[in-house]
Design a protein around this ligand. Structure first.
Ligand code: FMN
Length: 360
């Protein structure tokens, strides 16, 4: 046990949340395994169509009676780029498509799910916990969700944390720059919100009254204790769960996570148009040469979708997005429940040794 304001509010045993990871890793089996083990599993619903989301929620409910969360992307209005920006990017990507033997594309039709429709499913299904990233939902939407769900927003700076608290969220995730996947930044330039977890957590904790969950580079019990020492009330871990057997990540992605002996991640906009941290790939190296402007999210995400999909089908990790945090070389392939228990055991042992060191 490690009781904190977050464990009390979410009705969970351990202050450990498995991050919602859109795009396939967070299978119902992974989510339920984490919740059954005493943490909070999260469905990464960002890319799911409403009925797919409903199905996953029901599948999780068949596997656990414990609380779980759904995570979605708040879609701020996108300033449409000039057509020339999109055409120039597509021409460049067509060179890659030719090299990969893929048909060229002339148009990219966005097929992203509608946030309002996804929210309707979350409300109808009375999901116990709702988390979101990339912005703040409209106040009416937030109130509607809060009738049945505890609401968790994502901040990458003190300013965003204060804005989320003022909007009335119940808890917030403070995402340090070590984190794998997309940055949640929604106020100001993404490059100005690259604060490490160690520096960000205490600053956020000092400025808000609501409980704070630390995210970014935390993969084990040592990281959990460090985050609690900085004032966090729980941790959210993404990368740590990616290589578990329950994770839906591609087998080669799982292998790449553990191959590197030291961090080999980088922040890039090349896959989706939003800044995100992943393992360096050939695609990232090629896109580093791109002379033009990268279209914003979700346009770039739509433009690159066929390339990523074909790469996964052909087992070519160099053209897949391999999102990972800076601590990825520490991850293991243990089942999710064992991982949760291990994190808690190491946290308890770390705390004991610290107490012993202070009072020998
Ligand atoms: C593969 C992957 C996908 C992610 N997808 C999402 C997502 O859909 N929604 C979200 O709020 N955060 C997402 N994140 C970020 C996590 O919420 C969290 O901030 C991050 O995993 C913490 O850093 P760590 O990966 O070092 O544990 C993703 C992270 C990874 C690694």
């Amino acid at each position: 046990m490690l009781e904190t304001p977050v464990t009390r509010l979410l009705h969970i045993k351990y202050p450990l949340i498995q991050a919602g990871m859109a795009g396939g890793p967070t299978t119902p089996e992974l989510v339920a395994a984490v919740s059954n083990a005493g943490g909070l599993g999260t469905i990464g619903g960002g890319y799911l169509q409403p009925e797919q989301l409903r199905l996953q929620i029901r599948q999780v409910r068949e596997l656990t009676e414990k609380p779980f969360a759904v995570n979605l992307f708040v879609q701020p209005p996108v300033q449409a780029p000039a057509q020339t920006v999109v055409t120039q990017m597509n021409d460049y990507l067509n060179q890659l498509r030719r090299e990969l033997g893929l048909p060229e594309q002339t148009e990219a039709t966005p097929i992203d799910a509608d946030f309002e429709e996804q929210v309707a499913v979350v409300v109808e299904e009375r999901v116990p916990v709702f988390s979101f990233t990339f912005g703040i939902p409209h106040p009416d939407v937030l109130r509607r969700i809060q009738e049945h769900s505890v609401c968790i927003g994502t901040a990458t700076s003190v300013g965003e944390a204060v804005a989320l608290e003022q909007a009335g969220v119940d808890v917030l995730v403070a995402q340090g720059s070590e984190a794998g996947g997309h940055r949640g930044t929604f106020l100001g330039p993404e490059e100005q919100a690259l604060i490490g977890t160690m520096a960000l957590i205490p600053q956020v904790v000092d400025r808000v009254q609501i409980p704070v969950i630390a995210a970014g580079g935390i993969v084990d019990g040592r990281g959990l204790v460090a985050a609690l020492s900085l004032g966090a009330s729980a941790v959210q871990m993404g990368t740590a769960f990616l290589a578990s057997p329950e994770s839906g990540a591609h087998p080669l992605y799982k292998r790449r996570l553990m191959e590197a002996e030291e961090d080999n991640t980088e922040l890039t906009r090349a896959y989706s148009g939003r800044l995100a941290r992943g393992i360096r790939t050939e695609y990232m190296r090629k896109m580093a040469q791109y002379p033009g402007e990268i279209p914003p999210y979700p346009i770039q995400n739509t433009l690159t979708r066929d390339i990523r999909k074909a790469a996964a089908e052909r087992h070519d990790p160099e053209y897949m997005s391999l999102w990972a945090g800076q601590a990825h070389p520490l991850v293991n392939t243990h089942p999710a429940a064992a991982l949760v228990q291990e994190v808690m055991d190491v946290a308890a042992a770390t705390l004991r040794s610290l107490v012993h060191a202070a009072h020998p």
